[in-house]
Design a protein around this ligand. Structure first.
Ligand SMILES: [Zn+2]
Ligand SMILES: [Zn+2]
Length: 400
């Protein structure tokens, strides 16, 4: 197996491991081989490793290691940001030293000498903006704004307090244990940005994904065109290969000429391959994120809907329609949340319950039926593809 084979095999193993880690808890997959592999990777293997470490380095050192692990993987830290800046800076420097002297070239116009610095500056600026913008942190001062922004759907979101922030959790918000705050319309905590992606910075996250994709695609294009130029400069388009089987000379193919250059000039080729891999991975991730955003879902909600679909398959979800012939006077003392809960249900006229509960209230006509498909339940945050995207890219400004 050559170097390229080892690289491809490593890449394949990383992709499979990432797939298992990302989708292993998916309700559709968790009972199969992917779920078993997920348990092996996230529970069995760590237990075995801890047991081995306890015997080899002792309890005291194990605790120290635990603290390091918790700092690196379970709290906010700039490691991946530093890694990203280092990786891009080293790749860009390599390109400037080895590929730039070939521009302008046979296949590259001189205008690229102006486009390249603009692209580099914009990549760092967009990364800085994505890393520094507030994701939509909920505070005592702005909680009213976020509460008014999204109504509770009484399905994924019901009024309840955050046990850490001691504030009412607005619908679509979630507490991030790394950022130690509740974030409005939280999508996910992004370790590359070292912060959450939420209501206020989702657009900057998309801007950065788009910038990175087109930056890497442009880098791949430049590296390819430099190599194409080298085929001509080195006279490989005129070269011939001696075929031992036929004893004849055959013209060198373009593919073989490119491989020959890759062996002789590895830096430009490596930068081009890296740019190509990042282009594909980030582009696919961006499309998946756009698909979720267009459906009115966050990554966090997509997982919740999958859990709900699993509960529907088990027959645990019921739609309960309550109608009251005459409104009885409210005499019971209820908390603020319970009052809102009742008001919303009456306004909608129905609620969705996990498992069947018999109706107990008097004077209320109750109709209930089992949910058999996800289609029967509305996502109240889905306003149509383009409107959902408009809400992401042009959110209502947060009052100061
Ligand atoms: Zn919180
Ligand atoms: Zn976070």
């Amino acid at each position: 197996m050559g170097l390229l084979g080892i690289l491809l095999a490593t890449l394949a193993v990383i992709c499979v491991a990432l797939f298992i880690l990302l989708f292993g808890e998916n309700p559709r997959l968790r009972h199969g081989i992917v779920g078993k592999m997920h348990t092996l990777l996230t529970r069995t293997m760590p237990r075995v490793i801890i047991a081995i470490l306890r015997r080899t380095i002792g309890e005291k050192n194990l605790k120290r290691l635990g603290r390091c692990w918790s700092y690196c993987c379970e709290s906010r830290n700039p490691f991946l940001q530093i890694f990203f800046v280092l990786l891009t800076s080293v790749s860009i420097s390599g390109f400037l030293v080895f590929a730039l002297p070939h521009i302008p070239g046979i296949y590259l116009h001189g205008i690229h000498l102006y486009i390249i610095p603009t692209q580099i500056i914009w990549l760092y600026v967009s990364y800085y903006i994505a890393c520094s913008a507030d994701p939509g942190t909920i505070t005592e001062e702005n909680i009213r704004f976020y509460l008014d922004l999204f109504p509770y759907d009484e399905l994924l979101y019901k009024p309840k307090d955050c046990s850490t922030c001691h504030l009412l959790k607005p619908a679509r918000s979630k507490h991030c244990s790394m950022c130690k705050a509740c974030i409005s319309r939280l999508d996910h905590h992004c370790a590359w940005l070292n912060r959450c992606v939420g209501y206020n910075n989702h657009r900057y996250f998309f801007m950065f994904l788009f910038t990175l994709t087109q930056f890497c695609a442009y880098g791949l294009y430049l590296c390819f065109q430099v190599y194409r130029g080298m085929v001509i400069e080195w006279g490989l388009d005129q070269a011939y290969l001696f075929d031992r089987r036929t004893g004849k000379q055959v013209p060198l193919s373009f593919r073989k000429a490119m491989i020959h250059i890759l062996h002789r000039d590895r830096v430009i080729g490596s930068i081009g391959i890296l740019a190509g891999v990042i282009t594909v991975v980030v582009f696919l991730f961006m499309i998946y994120q756009l698909y979720l955003a267009g459906r009115g879902l966050t990554t966090n909600e997509a997982f919740k809907w999958e859990v709900l679909e699993d509960a529907i398959d088990r027959g645990d979800i019921w739609i309960v329609e309550e109608t009251q012939p005459s409104k009885p006077p409210t005499t019971n003392k209820k908390s603020k949340h319970e009052k809102n809960d009742t008001k919303d249900r009456n306004a909608v006229g129905q609620s969705i319950r996990n498992r069947r509960k018999p109706a107990t209230s008097t004077g209320t006509i109750v109709k209930e039926h089992q949910v058999t498909s996800l289609e029967e339940i509305d996502n109240i945050y889905d306003h149509g593809f383009f409107k959902n995207l408009k809400h992401i890219f042009f959110p209502k400004p947060i009052p100061n």
